[in-house]
Design a protein around this ligand. Sequence first.
Ligand code: PGA
Length: 301
Amino acid sequence: MHVTLRQLEVFSAVVKNESFTRAAEALHLSQPGVSMQIKQLENSIGLQLFEHIGKKVFLTDAGREMYVYSQSISQMLDEAEAVVEQLKGVQSGKLTISVATTASHFATRLLAAFSKQHEGITISLDVTNREALRQQLEQNEPDLVIMGQPPDGLDVDADEIMENPLVVIAPADHPLISEKNIPLSHFASEHFVVRERGSGTRYAIERFFEQHGVSFNTGIEMSSNEAIKQAVEAGLGLGIVSIHTLELELETKRLQVLDVQDFPIRRYWYIVQRKGKRLSPAAQAFKTFVLEQAKEFIHLP
Ligand code: PGA
């Protein structure tokens, strides 16, 4: 049986995504490219791995067996990689970090400072929303993740880094700016410019309004905090964002924080890893750096 690691990687992606098309997207391959790898794998083991029923793909018995082996092989490769990273030590390892969109406002600064202290470490940074981070943790892809509330129902170790208050923002000439302690109920008829579904900020805001028994109306949805701030500045509506995204706008007074009852929404940043994951020396050094020194590099407005 002549099987390549690439074929097993493509095979696992089809199983996890339950689709050839989605696997192709995840691996940045064409759909025919994925089909060809699967065909070659099926030819070399001499059995079919998938059944196509309607638009769905299902594993055959042979597919299920192969999947078990392909999982163990990929786990062993991860272990081998971790051992090799240990041998390389902290001076020349590889670090794979994923951070929440909102955390990118300070995470890049942290990585820059860390990288100055450890010039030999190669860093790969992915910036995405909470839901995508949850999936990455599930697949055990990044060494470490920086995110808001750690995900439920997933075995992770999470250490608190610092506070992440969410505040209501308005354009500099908004009539509510001079008001004090504005009741939350005032906003029941307001339409907010909000982050997309799957964002931790969006999730926290909706839960907050629900807990306070006030209805929350979403206006335009945007997947970037920068776009939200620009939209609020342009008068498209009020926004609710993390204070970490506001440094420049508050300094230049382009936006103002409203004094709203029960605000800010109290949230925290965490550094998260899969439970039991063996961190490479580079990843361990980064985690220690974040927990011990992050606050020195981050100045809240
Ligand atoms: P987000 O995450 O960028 O997905 O909103 C931030 C958070 O979890 O608070």
